[in-house]
Write a protein that binds this ligand. Structure first.
Ligand code: SF4
Length: 241
């Protein structure tokens, strides 16, 4: 499997675990606010062997592995890679953009992943703008339903600036985030989900859409207002960031 050489472990990416991070390069989305793609473009591929060599050096400290990217479900060797991680007695968390329900179904059926975090790119009517691609709506809806069947999971949305059809760029609004929350309920049939509303953090050294690089972080007041509104729909919503 392709794994970028940006190795490390931390207490943040996998709640409740100290986890080594496996960055997989390549993504089928082009989210304007993405900073993973430029990062991974410069990361050398160390493959499975390089990752497991690294894991050996930190095995006394970690009890989990986070597989993120990029989009890990695009990797053809994802399942055997996860099986190898699990054989070492480590828990696995997968971060996904939800574009690949077939792989999620396989992981669910095989009980191969302990925690799934799926991005919800704002309200459905803005997915082409927020994900930067057309035509993934039915896959994302199917993934919402599938992810909600994993024993532990979260949905999460970064409150990022959106490049709108008229060229204006502005943050996701309270009303748009309420629509995103309602859509999660509609797609899954329940409001009982862990949902995170996340802060957008600009980077001067490379976002997919350069026009976003000079935007500030998501204003705290906007995050608070969104939190208050989204809680009316998804009662287990928290602000992250
Ligand atoms: S932010 Fe978007 S483009 Fe970047 S890795 Fe995630 S899904 Fe892919």
């Amino acid at each position: 499997m392709k794994i970028g050489a940006a190795l490390g472990f931390n207490l943040i990416d996998y709640p409740g675990r100290i986890a080594a991070v496996a960055f997989t390069p390549g993504c089928n989305y082009l989210c304007p606010h993405c900073h993973a793609a430029p990062l991974l473009a410069n990361a050398k591929d160390i493959g499975d062997a390089g990752f497991f060599d690294y894991l050996d050096t930190v095995k006394d400290w970690v009890n989990g592995v986070v597989i993120c990217g990029g989009e890990p479900t695009l990797q053809p060797d994802l399942v055997p890679f996860i099986e190898k991680v699990r054989a070492k007695g480590l828990s696995v968390k997968l971060d996904t953009n939800g574009s690949n329900p077939k792989v999620l179904e396989r992981l669910l059926a095989g009980k191969l992943v302990d925690y799934v975090a799926m991005d919800v790119k704002g309200p459905k009517f803005l997915w082409p703008e927020t994900a930067g691609v057309e035509g993934h709506c039915s896959a994302m809806d199917e993934s919402l339903r599938l992810v909600a069947r994993f024993p532990v999971y979260e949905f999460r949305t970064t409150v990022a600036p959106v490049v709108r059809g008229d060229g204006e760029i502005s943050f996701l609004t309270v009303q748009e985030m309420a629509a995103a929350a309602r859509h999660i309920i509609q797609a899954t049939g329940t409001p009982a989900h862990k949902y995170y509303v996340q802060k957008f953090v600009p980077r001067k050294d490379g976002l997919l859409d350069k026009r976003l690089e000079n935007f500030p972080e998501t204003p705290p007041q906007l995050l608070q207002d969104i939190h208050k509104e989204v809680l009316k729909h998804l009662p287990n919503t928290q602000v992250r960031g």
